[in-house]
Design a protein around this ligand. Structure first.
Ligand code: HEC
Length: 158
């Protein structure tokens, strides 16, 4: 049962061969083989994404708007933008698990600018979090920032 896009059985097999412990197998399953800085940035992105989903649920009215919650979620995203992103992309850090594209380092100035934009826009959202109507513009801008970066610098594997 070998599926090219899901190398998990192979990975577990390799770990078993290498005498890997159960812990290392669980680790591999949880992070699909990613390690080091690649794993770190995947986790940072997952954190950002979790906050963004909660923000979106409020903006779409799926849950009640809560300005304090909005403020703290926007803070979380702001604190993970800018340098927090760029420092996890050392030159040429690509492996077989990454979705990052080489264009990041070919156009580093733009990548850095969009990382900074995420922080700025999240802070804009925080500044107007007291009012759902005011929050709409910065919320949309924030969502566009994720998309702008992913379109140019990320190739989804699955
Ligand atoms: C400056 C560029 C940039 C910005 C801004 C950005 N991302 Fe990403 N994101 C990336 C790159 C590059 C990857 C691929 C990382 C890798 O696989 O090594 C990624 C990966 C992800 C992933 C997949 C993580 C995984 O488990 O592999 C999610 C989810 C994600 N981003 C969500 C978001 C959301 C939501 C936002 C906006 C709030 C956002 N990102 C903003 C560049 C960015």
């Amino acid at each position: 049962m070998f599926q090219m896009r899901k190398p998990l059985p192979l990975l577990i097999f390799a770990f078993t061969l290498a005498g890997g412990s159960i812990i290392s197998i669980e680790w591999a399953v949880a992070h699909m083989g990613a390690s080091g800085v690649v794993k770190e940035r995947m986790m940072l992105m997952k954190d950002i994404s979790k906050s963004m989903k909660e923000i979106a649920a409020m903006m779409k009215g799926e849950v009640d708007y809560d300005s304090e919650k909005m403020s703290s979620l926007a803070s979380i995203i702001a604190s993970k933008g800018g340098e927090q992103i760029t420092k996890l992309f050392p030159n040429g850090s690509l492996d077989e698990t990454t979705e990052a594209l080489p264009s990041i380092w070919q156009d580093w100035a733009k990548f850095k600018a969009v990382s900074g934009q995420l922080e700025i826009t999240a802070n804009e959202l925080k500044a107007v979090s007291g009012d759902q109507f005011d929050a709409m513009g910065p919320f949309q801008k924030l969502a566009q920032t994720c998309g702008a970066c992913h379109r140019t610098f990320r190739q989804k594997i699955n």
